[in-house]
Every structure is written in C-alpha cells, then in structure tokens.
Design a protein around this ligand. Sequence first.
Ligand code: ATP
Ligand code: MG
Length: 222
Amino acid sequence: MAKIGIFGGTFNPIHNGHLIVGRDVRRGFSLDIVCLIPAAVPPHKESRDVAKAEYRMEMTRLAVEGDPDFSVSDVELKRSGPSYTIDTIGHFESFLPNDSELFFIVGMDAFLDIETWKSYKDLFQEVPFIVMSRPGSASCGDGRKWKLPCEMISSRVSAKYRFDKEKNAFFHPEKKPVYLFDVTPVDISSTMIRKRIGKGQDIDGLVPDKVKEYIKQKGLYV
Ligand code: ATP
Ligand code: MG
C-alpha cells in the first residue's frame, strides 16, 4: 500500500523550509513520497512578485532532483483555469490504486485560511490533513497550543470534530482526521526570499544552490 503526501504551494520560490518540513512529515507519517504541486496563478497575477508557472515548476524540479523523499507534479499547471485542491485530490484518487492512502500536507498559516478555498468542506470528507507547525503561526503560547485550529475546525468545518491529545489529532465520526504535526521550526518564507532579492541581499542557505542559480540566471524577483 502506497502512502502519498500531497504538498501544494505557490512555491514562489520553493525554499529550504518546504524541503525540511516536507521531509519531517514523510518520516513522521512513514509516507512513501511527498509530492510537491506548484499551483497555477491566474496570468494577470503573474508579475515581478509571482514568477511564471514554468519558472516556479522548474525551480521545484531543481530543488528535489535526485531526492528520494520528493516528487513533483504539474497537474495544477496543466489544468486550464485556477487550480483547486479538491480537484487535485480527485485527480490523484482517479489514477492511484485503490489501496493507496493520500494525505494532504499544509502549513498552519495556510490551514487557518482554508475557509477561503473552494469546496473546502468537501476536502475534509476526502482526505486526512497533516497540518504542520510554522514559526509565527498560531501554535504557541497560552497553554492551549492548538487553540486557533481547534476554534477554526469546530466553527468552520464541523463541531463534531474531537481533539485527541495523545494522537495530537482531530477525529470525526464521518469525516477524515486532521493531524497536527510539529515540524522543525524553520523561519523561512518565499516572501522573505523575494524581499531579500529585491534589496540585493544574498539568499545563501535559504534555497538549494541550484534554485539560487536559476533565480539569478532568469533574473527573477529583482
Ligand atoms: P509566501 O511567503 O509567498 O506565502 P511561503 O513560504 O508561505 O510563501 P507557500 O508556497 O505559500 O510558501 O507555502 C506552501 C505550503 O508550505 C503552505 O502550506 C505553507 O504553510 C507551507 N510552508 C511554507 N514554509 C513553511 C515553513 N517554514 N514551515 C512550515 N510550513 C511551511
Ligand atoms: Mg504562503
């Protein structure tokens, strides 16, 4: 039985944070592979700030070339129009063998924003979530570490989700579980990288070297 993690993002650009936390999740959940899926961005939003899809795709490929932890899928870029996670999950379900298990991997910041996603409630019907901690995003302080996701899930998804402290996950009588997972805290974001490049600062150690060279070669984010 194959266990596959679906890890979507704008990847504008992909950075070492994505790779470190993706690897943490693969190990923690014994996944066979984590599949990175760069998102389509409406053409009118491509700009100095959002690199063309083909560039984001190529950077993602370069970042994980020869790395057995990851694969890359262009399914969202090939589809016409905007990409919705619910359709991507459906795509994977349509061709994977029946005994494969899919997991949807998402950072805490993106998870807390999920009510803005199309058909987000259906997602909880389809696939278990793995929600990764992220520095600066909700999961610290106040003794109730997971207060925000708790509130979000019960008010926006279903009040029938119950938190299991031992498993650090929400379980529901009909829907899929939501696992909260502490990953290595990595204070890197694509925004930070774009800003540094814009200011002429180096991005050493923030992205794989091949990605750094590609950004330079294509003159991205300057
Ligand atoms: P931006 O600053 O442009 O939003 P980003 O660094 O958040 O970029 P995304 O492509 O938006 O990168 O993120 C894709 C997914 O990876 C999201 O689910 C996000 O929460 C998660 N993610 C990104 N960086 C980290 C990190 N350092 N730790 C944990 N999760 C992360
Ligand atoms: Mg982001």
